[in-house]
Design a protein around this ligand. Structure first.
Ligand SMILES: Nc1ncnc2c1ncn2[C@@H]1O[C@H](COP(=O)(O)OP(=O)(O)OP(=O)(O)O)[C@@H](O)[C@H]1O
Length: 737
């Protein structure tokens, strides 16, 4: 079908106002039908062409020939045929949706990123020393350009991008210059963003809620709520997320997730945007849309840098600038069009009809001989200097326009069954391919008069960050079925089950051992139900935290405090539900004081367990955590005082009893029900050895135990573990550098 499209040439003409009703249908060979929504005439030709085809691969020069009349031109076999009106409900008098453009984003200056003699190594252990990943590379990524960093697997693409984004700072030599000046990492991190390959989003927030959190955190309190709303609306509209704005992120498609990731970062209008493999996991149509969006962003004056593996010829041509790496060295840098001539000049002729991106990857992998060294030398000797400047950059600098692809007003009147995707291609149920042209193109996003020097620090103060994150975490928890409803229900069901098993034994002298088992099970149950879900869920929250923190949304402190506090009421609710059911069904002493003591110790035990879950979740992956969590619990349980009497533990192992927090939980719970001179128990058998609760406590080696000591010990564990988690988070962030 693309071959047929090559002959289609529409030339510009008509009135100066885009009616929103025009469409040209093209039927090559009669089997396919392409509907091209016409753009406003003010649209830059190149942008238009790029947005539709990502370059000139098919030599399709689209402009609007007669497209201003209320009709459609139908081409059969490449010949324009009769125009038919777009009758999909648009009446002449119908009010049109105004073209939406990003006019309300904060003004930012254009930023060029340059690097000189950049070398980066990683330690491979004491014996093996350092491995050099980047070997003295130089380059410059300009504003207004869409730059691709390409190279074979392991060439150092991600490393170069991480270094430029400021995510890797140790074992680094050389310099990174921002608009010709040495990079100040803190200010640079504020003016750039990094969109990772895997879209790390909180699953239970809707698109709009996620955008609101981003705007509240990134725009600060100087901007009013109304202004923030305008920014959010604009971005949602512009990135084609309007229909999904009330959809939870877990239900978004791959392309929508990618666009949301971009939208979240676009809120404060960063002049530099890094993308790690933005097209991975997307189908060819979504890849095209994604790159069209990136290209549009670059045309707004931004510096867009992305790593990409092996783009199709169509996608490859969408890039303005190419930076090729092989074995940690640069083998080409310059505009995309210059690649083939450069390789030719080096005796490497790309065959006709061969994707240059494929060819250069073969070259970089050594499939055409050992030529990497030769290319590196040529680049170092300035042989690619002729291919440095790209027409697009110059055009962008002149127009400084934001031509982010937009839904055309026609979308309001789109035929049923046609899924329109802004700035891209959509398939209708009838097999018609619809290409949406951008309609908004005239907004300056970047202000070169702005200084790149900015205030250091987060956009919002610590308390505000804490408050926003607290609300967000709370909302996420409430909506998380597994985390809240299923946990609550399981606590209630198990509570009744245990109640049924140990029914009415709390005041029975002949059942004291069974009752101790009931108390011990309570502590164990609360321990595992608090720890394991945390081990499973916290790593996912961590990945979102890492992305947002590294993109300078908020501090570690604010995140951690909010996460810790948001969890408290839920954890307490589960424990209260379980303890209330079991306590009363099993007929434990009906004294308020004892009940509150029992409940208090159970809640504390569950909070300590949860802290261990946080520690494990913060320090390691889910796979390791689900093994380490239960395994480390074994000695803790063993020395709890239920299986082995404290007095029976060998002296050299006694310290393990002191570090077993379950011991304090179990001891405190036992004292709550049997301590404090509880009256003699009733005996319904001929002889009951433990009629006196004190005697039973002696048997359990708990006669000298003090309830408040257990409480203080558990509080101590809680405090130490929570502080430890904070430092593990900090260390984790440091280890990423
Ligand atoms: N911490 C590390 N320790 C040892 N080697 C490392 C470390 N980080 C990266 N490397 C190595 O550095 C090289 C470059 O890695 P990088 O991830 O930058 O490659 P890449 O070009 O992005 O590859 P891919 O396309 O497969 O993602 C690889 O050989 C990798 O094994």
């Amino acid at each position: 079908m693309m071959a047929d499209l090559k002959n289609l040439t529409l030339s510009s003409g008509g009135s100066s106002r885009y009616s929103g009703d025009e469409q040209v249908q093209f039927i090559p060979g009669g089997s396919h039908q392409v509907t091209i929504r016409s753009p406003p005439l003010s649209l830059h030709l190149e942008n238009l062409n790029n947005a539709v085809h990502g370059g000139s691969q098919n030599n399709l020069h689209c402009s609007c020939n007669g497209a201003t009349s209320n009709g459609a031109a139908v081409c059969t076999g490449g010949v324009l045929a009769r125009k038919v009106p777009n009758h999909s409900g648009a009446s002449p008098g119908q009010s049109k949706r105004p073209a939406v453009s990003l006019t309300h984003l904060p003004k930012r200056p254009p930023v060029d990123v340059e690097f000189k003699n950049l070398a980066y190594s990683v330690s491979e252990g004491r014996k093996r020393g350092y491995k050099t990943i980047l070997k003295c590379v130089n380059g410059k990524f300009r504003s207004g350009e869409l730059t691709a960093i390409m190279g074979p697997s392991g060439a150092g693409k991600s490393t170069l991008m991480n270094v430029l984004a400021g995510y890797k700072t140790s074992h680094l030599s050389g310099s990174v210059l921002i608009n010709g000046k040495d990079r100040n990492l803190r200010t640079f991190r504020k003016m750039s963003c990094y969109i990772m390959q895997d879209d790390r989003l909180l699953p239970h927030l809707t698109v709009y809620e996620a955008m609101t959190v981003s705007a509240n955190l990134k725009l600060g309190k100087d901007i009013s709520a109304t202004a923030k709303k305008v920014v959010i609306e604009e971005i949602i509209e512009t990135l084609g997320l309007r229909e999904a704005s009330n959809t939870q992120t877990q239900s978004l498609s791959g392309g929508q997730r990618k666009r949301l990731s971009i939208a979240l970062e676009l809120v404060n209008n960063p002049p530099v945007m890094f993308f790690d493999e933005p097209t991975s996991g997307l189908d060819s149509s979504a890849c095209f849309q994604c790159l069209s969006l990136l290209k549009s962003l670059s045309r707004g004056g931004r510096t867009i840098i992305c790593t990409i593996h092996q783009p199709s010829a169509r996608l490859f041509e969408m890039f303005d600038h190419l930076y090729l790496l092989a074995e940690g060295q640069c083998i080409y840098q310059g505009n995309v069009g210059g690649l083939v001539p450069f390789l030719s000049s080096m005796g490497l002729d790309c065959p006709s009809y061969h994707n240059p991106a494929d060819y250069v990857m073969e070259v970089a992998c050594g499939e055409h001989g050992e030529c990497v060294h030769k290319l590196v030398m040529a680049v170092n000797n300035g042989k690619c200097n002729n291919y440095q400047h790209h027409q697009a950059a110059i055009a962008a600098a002149q127009t400084v326009s934001n031509d982010i692809a937009k839904e055309s007003p026609q979308e309001q009147t789109k035929p049923e069954g046609v899924a329109l995707i802004p700035n891209g291609v959509a398939k209708s149920s009838t097999g018609t391919t619809v290409i949406n042209m951008p309609v908004s193109c005239t907004t300056s996003l970047l202000d070169s008069a702005e200084s790149i020097e900015q205030k250091v620090g987060f956009p919002t103060n610590g308390w505000m960050q804490f408050w926003i994150l607290l609300k967000r975490t709370f909302m996420s928890q409430i909506r998380d079925l597994t985390l809240t409803k299923v946990r609550l229900i399981s606590h209630i069901i198990v509570g009744f089950l245990i109640g049924a098993i140990y029914y009415d034994i709390g005041n029975e002298a002949s059942e004291v051992m069974s009752n101790a088992g009931c108390v011990f099970f309570t502590v164990m149950f609360l321990m595992f139900t608090a720890m394991m879900p945390t081990i499973l869920t916290f790593p996912m929250e961590m990945s979102v935290f890492v992305r947002e923190h590294l993109n300078y949304w908020y501090s570690v402190k604010a995140f951690y405090l909010a996460r810790t506090l948001a969890d408290l009421p839920f954890q307490m609710m589960y424990s209260i539900a379980y303890v209330m059911i079991v306590y009363f069904i099993t007929s434990q002493p009906l004294e308020t004081e004892r009940f509150l003591m029992y409940l208090n110790i159970c809640i504390l035990t569950s909070l300590v367990s949860q802290s261990i879950g946080l520690l494990i979740g913060a320090a390691m992956s889910v796979e390791s955590g689900v093994f380490i969590g239960p395994v480390t619990s074994v000695p803790i349980i063993l020395f709890s005082g239920f299986f082995v009497n404290f007095n029976a533990v060998p002296k050299y192992l006694k310290f393990l009893s002191y570090v077993s927090y379950v011991r304090y939980g179990f001891e405190g719970a036992m004292i709550s029900v049997y301590g404090y001179n509880r009256a003699k128990l009733k005996c319904s058998e001929y002889y009951c050895h433990f009629k006196s609760p004190t005697k039973f406590l002696e048997q359990m080696a708990m006669e000298n135990a003090v309830y408040w000591v257990d409480v203080v010990a558990l509080l101590g564990f809680l405090l130490v573990l929570r502080v430890a988690v904070y430092f593990v988070l900090k260390l984790k962030l440091r280890s990423l550098r």
